[in-house]
Every structure is written in structure tokens, then in C-alpha cells.
Design a protein around this ligand. Structure first.
Ligand code: ADP
Length: 361
């Protein structure tokens, strides 16, 4: 049996359905990320699990104990759940040490030692324990919030966009540090975020949420490579979506004959490639003018430098009989390239696809 189970969880505010019937299983010690656009119900779902809100319907079972359901509700402070909010929500008038130790009994054994240990575990210097929250950086404040939540030895940790106030570099390192820390402590974690890269890198399972419901739930790699629909595909990253004709596991489309992730036969379908699957090799206009069978060439029509990665627009020169080649002809493919590997505008390239294309249902 899973550690946390949500069954048919619902919550409305007036006529707004914030959470519309969520089912979720979370394994002990695992990491789940819930990702979705602003207003889709992520925070409400976390607040229901934490016990800050009461569901209208459905049940929440944690480690075999029903926390909500059948009219019964276990109050938030008895759930053994840690919560770290977006702003850290530290107590401004208390020292860092007192913030961390807030949930510990005043006369607890080795209290100061335990506070110092927790500070060490989240990577904070002992010297800051006497300071007040306003004397700390955003990243340090988030670490304090995490240490405070861990001090209560939670069975489950809920993180509500805890990294959103941090700079990009710090954000990635904090995310990694927090993931390792929670894993070592064996604490199951649910992270809510609107940042798809954060969700994909943090979690063992990712739920994409839309309008109060999970549109898709799965392992990060599965979701990225096999999204259920176009919206999920584009939410999780850049996507090239092409019309194709499919038979015997091959999609015939504007940029060639590409293996697909289904053996079904379809006359017409939409396929998806991630831009990083499209490989470009230098070629000459002469080669493109007389293309060998099944070889596709393109021309770079735009290039935009943006640091490490450039965005280029690629016009396909000899589409291979797609159902509606004209569509592709008018819309160049948008790709991203490393700055050392960006062809110049006007260059002719040979297009090859790595890996399989995904076919939408
Ligand atoms: P997210 O965290 O994904 O941005 P929320 O859970 O905060 O989404 O909100 C989901 C929907 O529920 C939104 O339409 C929001 O306006 C509404 N909502 C959330 N909390 C309340 C509340 N306390 N009262 C009224 N409406 C709310």
C-alpha cells in the first residue's frame, strides 16, 4: 500500500472548483512534483493535504491513518506533515535558532545541539543562528524554513514553490541539496511548482495539473517523451508538432521517415519531436537541389543569439510527401542550438532525427 493516498479529493470556493477530484498515490520516501499554470489548484491541493483546508469530498490517508474523509478531519498540527511555503514565512521577531526550534519543546533534551545540527544539515553556518530573518538572504531564509519544518520530524514534507524567490543558479543548487536531504532523511515529499524543469529534475513522479485535475501523471522521462496531448507537450518543454502518416512503426512526415513509439497504423496523425532530437549537419545548396531518396535538407532562415543557447528557424527545402506539406513550408521549425553549434542564416543543412517520434492519441 502506498504511503499517501488521495481519493476523489475535491474543494470548491463558491462556484470556482479549485480541486476537482484528485487521485494520487505517493510511495514512502519518494518525491512527487505537481506542476501546472497559475490558478490550476496546486496550492489548494497542498493545503488540503496539510490540513489548512477541509475537502468537500474525497479522502486523504497517510501511512494507514485517515486524515480526512467520512466527515472526520485530523487537525493540521496532528498530521505530522511539514510545510515550506513560497516566502519561507519565518517569524521576524525570533532569532534563526528560535525559528528552527519553534516546534521543539522548550525543555527538550539537547535542544540547542539539535538546532545546530539541523542548521548544519541544511547548509547554514552556525554563526547565523543568533541573527534575525531580515539579516539573511532569500536562499538562507528558505534553508531556515526547511530546517524548521524538519525539526518536527515530519512523515511527509510539502514544498509550495520554495525556490521561486531565488536566482537561477542558487535555485538549482538548493533544489538538488533539498532533494538529497529529504531522501537521506527518508521523508516523502510533494513539491508544487509552475516551473516544468524544476518538476522534471526534482521528482520521481510528476503530475501535470490543469483546471483542478491531473491531466497526466507519470515518471518525468515518460511525461516528457510521451505527453498525452499538445498542451502537456508544450507545457513540459519545446515541441515540434508535425502532421504525419503512420504505418509499420514509421511516420512519414515533412522531415523524413521517423520511427514512432506506437505500432498502430494511422492514415493521418500528429507526431511530436523534442527539438533536441533534430540533428543538423552542414550541407551544400547543390546537395539540397538533388536530394537522394529519403534525405531532407533545410535552410536556416533566422538565428537569435541568447547566451548559451541560440534559437534558430529552419525552413525545410524538400518536404517528404506529408499529408499537408504546405503547412510545414510556411512555418519554419524552431530549434535551439548550443552557441558553439549554431549554423549561420542562409546555411544549408541536412536534417536527421535522433530517437523516436511520439504519436498523439
Ligand atoms: P495555484 O496554486 O495553482 O496557483 P490555487 O490553488 O491557489 O492555484 O487556486 C485555484 C483556484 O481557486 C483559483 O481560481 C483561485 O482563485 C481559487 N481560490 C484559491 N483559494 C481561494 C480562496 N481562499 N477563496 C476563493 N477562491 C480561492
Amino acid at each position: 500500500m502506498s504511503f499517501l493516498q488521495l481519493r476523489g479529493l475535491r474543494k470548491s470556493y463558491g462556484n470556482v472548483t479549485a480541486v476537482g477530484g484528485i487521485n494520487l498515490e505517493v510511495a514512502a520516501g519518494s518525491r512527487t512534483a505537481i506542476v501546472g499554470p497559475s490558478g490550476c489548484g496546486k496550492t489548494t491541493l497542498l493545503r488540503l493535504i496539510a490540513g489548512f483546508e477541509t475537502p468537500d469530498a474525497g479522502s486523504i490517508v497517510l501511512d494507514g491513518t485517515e486524515l480526512a474523509g467520512n466527515g472526520e478531519v485530523v487537525p493540521a498540527h496532528r498530521r505530522g506533515i511539514g510545510v515550506v511555503a513560497q516566502d519561507g514565512a519565518l517569524f521576524p521577531h525570533l532569532s534563526i535558532a528560535e525559528n528552527i526550534g519553534f516546534g521543539m519543546a522548550r525543555n527538550a533534551d539537547r535542544r540547542d545541539e539539535h538546532i545546530a545540527e539541523l542548521a548544519y544539515v541544511v547548509g547554514l553556518d552556525r554563526a547565523i543562528l543568533k541573527r534575525r530573518p531580515h539579516q539573511l538572504s532569500g536562499g538562507q531564509q528558505q534553508r531556515v524554513a526547511l530546517a524548521r519544518a524538519m525539526a518536527r520530524k515530519p512523515r511527509l514534507m510539502l514544498l509550495d514553490e520554495p525556490f521561486s524567490a531565488l536566482d537561477t543558479g542558487l535555485r538549482a543548487s538548493m533544489r538538488k541539496a533539498v532533494a538529497e536531504l529529504l531522501e537521506q532523511a527518508g521523508i516523502a515529499t510533494i513539491l508544487v511548482t509552475h516551473d516544468q524543469a524544476e518538476a522534471l529534475s526534482f521528482a520521481d513522479q510528476v503530475a501535470v495539473m490543469r483546471d483542478g485535475l491531473f491531466s497526466q501523471l507519470g515518471a518525468p522521462r515518460d511525461l516528457y517523451a510521451h505527453p498525452k496531448d499538445r498542451m502537456i507537450a508544450e507545457f513540459l518543454g519545446d515541441a515540434i508538432i508535425l502532421p504525419a502518416r503512420i504505418s509499420s512503426g514509421i511516420a512519414e512526415c515533412a522531415i523524413g521517415h521517423i520511427g514512432v513509439d506506437t505500432s498502430e497504423r494511422r492514415d493521418v496523425a500528429r507526431i511530436m519531436l523534442r527539438p533536441e532530437q533534430v540533428f543538423l549537419e552542414p550541407a551544400s545548396p547543390q546537395q539540397a537541389a538533388n536530394p537522394p531518396p529519403n534525405v531532407v535538407f533545410g535552410e536556416i532562415v533566422e538565428s537569435e543569439f541568447a547566451g548559451a543557447v541560440s534559437t534558430i528557424a529552419l525552413r525545410v527545402l524538400n518536404s517528404l510527401d506529408p499529408p499537408d506539406a504546405a503547412v510545414i513550408g510556411n512555418h519554419p521549425l524552431i530549434l535551439r542550438r548550443s552557441f558553439v553549434d549554431t549554423p549561420t542564416v542562409g546555411a544549408t543543412v541536412r536534417i536527421t532525427v535522433l530517437g523516436k517520434a511520439h504519436v498523439f492519441d
